[in-house]
Design a protein around this ligand. Structure first.
Ligand code: ZN
Ligand code: ZN
Length: 548
């Protein structure tokens, strides 16, 4: 018995050994190559010394990330980065942390805000006086009022609810790639390969799921109109788990949410500064944000090749643009202008055509052996836009009404939920609402001024409003069936003159198209939880109201 058993055991051991060798060979075959090391030529040293790498769009355990600021900074230091822009989910009311060097890495505190039309990152913004939320264009308008830049996050996410769908918002930038969204459209085979390879070469494994995002085409369409910045977003969370972006992740989904360090080695922003950083966190934060506002930055997919050094500038002679790259020998520069490829070449490309003065031009650098169908570019620059200004265009939401004389107020009354309270004081030419939203859990707290309409045709509502402190008021029309159309307006202590054209009102709770004014039965001025917290009290004054 014993003699006949021994060979079986040996065969078993031998089989296991063969399996291990075969598996190792397979894994070696499947694992993506390590990033190419780029040698920086001596003539590039000045630019290299002024170029700093950093991660943008990172979540800490203050929202749905897994690490604290020190852990994030430590991971960034290991990955060789100089700064991290932390973008925890929020409504803008938390005072931003002052910029700070932690573990030698400059941490900047920004916020990712959920709107009705997708997520938007607010960079370099002051604390908001009320929760930011609601329509995408209203949030972007508030971000601008608070001095910030509004960046559409994961604008083409495969998840419809996360897509940036606002057509009206004047965003300052978008994420041309979002590392956390990229795995969602990959085949099961690619995800398994990436998941296994992650344990051998983390960052190159993550890069396996990258493609050339269609957002680049959307960006090109924007650039025909105005300057819009483009960011490569890590959307790093430092581990798997339940998250705001995706509550029910599958096991495969966890492939897309790696360690901070792996995320930081996958892709980064490269900012080109006028000089060296000083070590003073406040000053250096200003220098970094100024470079971002000047569009002096680009994205590199470091998991493919690193470091990526790009010199892309307008010639002072006014002749056009020049792009040079220090990269792998096959690195091909492609100049894109007006949604079309204008020039391509190795090492250096210039474009001398006259349109460069008025059009936006951008650069992609492509290298061989790149994952994705179509392949992801190695470097994506920002645009050089001739004489166009980067400054966000002010939203035109308070065009002054033509009628200048005081108009007696509508006969207003109060509508509210059972627990909130409101008092209405009516003068000869004004009406004041004193409101207090009910304390406690967020429910459907609201207080509104309402007035009845009598089937009159009108094209716009003129209002002069004032509020005891900065707030947002939702101007709404309601029909007999209770359907409402709304748009929110910023109001503060200085009375603001609003003209609300009927066609700018959007259906509450989804749907398309403006209301039919003749079918409307009520006009409402609403304070609700979209831009206020439970317990909020205040005064809203209506100084004039009229239909046009
Ligand atoms: Zn998001
Ligand atoms: Zn995010």
């Amino acid at each position: 018995m014993a003699a006949s058993r021994r060979p079986t055991v040996n065969r078993g051991r031998f089989g296991a050994l063969v399996a291990v060798i075969a598996a190792s060979a397979l894994l070696f075959f499947l694992a993506p190559p390590a990033p190419l090391r780029v040698d920086i030529p001596p003539s590039w040293q000045d630019l290299a010394s002024r170029t700093v790498g950093g991660a943008y769009h990172v979540h800490s355990n203050r929202s749905d990330g897994h690490g604290d600021r020190a852990q994030i900074a430590a991971a960034a230091a290991k990955a060789g980065l100089t700064f991290v822009i932390v973008t925890d989910h929020g409504d803008g009311t938390r005072p931003p942390d002052p910029a700070a060097y932690i573990n030698g890495v400059l941490l900047l505190d920004a916020v990712e805000i959920s709107t009705d039309e997708g997520h938007v990152v607010a960079l370099d913004m002051r604390r908001a006086p009320y929760p930011l939320g609601g329509a995408g264009d209203a949030v972007v308008d508030d971000i601008h009022r608070l001095g910030g830049l509004a960046i559409a996050a994961h604008p083409d996410s495969p998840k419809a609810a996360l897509r940036w769908s606002s057509r009206d918002a004047l965003i300052d930038g978008l994420e041309w790639i979002n590392a956390d969204s990229e795995w969602r459209d990959e085949s099961r085979a690619t995800l398994v390969r990436a998941g296994v390879a992650y344990f051998f070469r983390p960052a190159p494994a993550l890069a396996l799921v990258l493609d050339r995002p269609s957002t680049l085409d959307r960006w090109d369409a924007f650039l025909r109109q105005r300057t819009v910045l483009a960011f490569g977003a890590s959307d790093a969370h430092g581990g798997p788990g339940s998250r705001l972006e995706d509550q029910n992740r599958t096991l495969l989904g966890t492939v897309g949410i790696p360690s901070y360090e792996a995320s930081f080695r996958e892709l980064s922003l490269r900012l080109q500064l006028p000089g060296a950083l000083t070590g003073d966190a406040g000053n250096d934060a200003r220098t970094l944000y100024d470079a971002i506002r000047r569009a002096d930055f680009y994205t590199t997919i470091d998991a493919l090749a690193t470091p990526g050094l790009l010199d892309f500038h307008q010639e002072s002679s006014g002749g056009g643009v020049v792009a040079r790259v220090a990269g792998p020998r096959d690195a091909e520069i492609v100049l894109i202008q007006d949604q079309r490829e204008r020039a391509r070449g190795i090492g250096e490309v210039r474009s001398a055509f006259a349109e460069a003065q008025t059009s936006c031009t951008r650069v992609e650098v492509r290298i061989g052996q790149t994952p994705g169908i179509p392949p992801v570019p190695w470097i994506v620059s920002n645009a050089r836009c001739g004489r166009r200004s980067i400054a966000p265009v002010a939203a035109d939401e308070s065009a002054p009404p033509s009628a200048a004389q005081p108009i007696p107020p509508f006969p207003w009354r109060i509508e509210k939920d059972a627990a909130s309270s409101g008092i209405l004081r009516t003068g000869q030419y004004d009406a004041t609402l004193e409101y207090k939203l009910a304390e406690g859990e967020k429910g459907s707290q609201f207080v509104a001024l309402a007035t009845d309409l009598r089937g009159t045709a009108f094209r716009a509502i003129d209002l002069r409003l004032a509020s005891d402190r900065p707030s947002r008021v939702s101007v709404q029309l309601r029909d007999a069936s209770g359907r409402r159309w709304a748009r929110s307006y910023y109001v503060d202590a200085e009375s603001s003159q609003l003209r609300v054209p009927v066609e700018v009102l959007r259906p509450v709770g989804g749907g398309e198209g403006p209301p039919d004014a003749e079918k409307m039965t009520s006009l409402l001025l609403v304070v609700d939880l979209t831009n206020a917290n439970p317990g909020r009290s205040g005064r809203l004054r209506v100084l004039a109201s009229a239909f046009q």
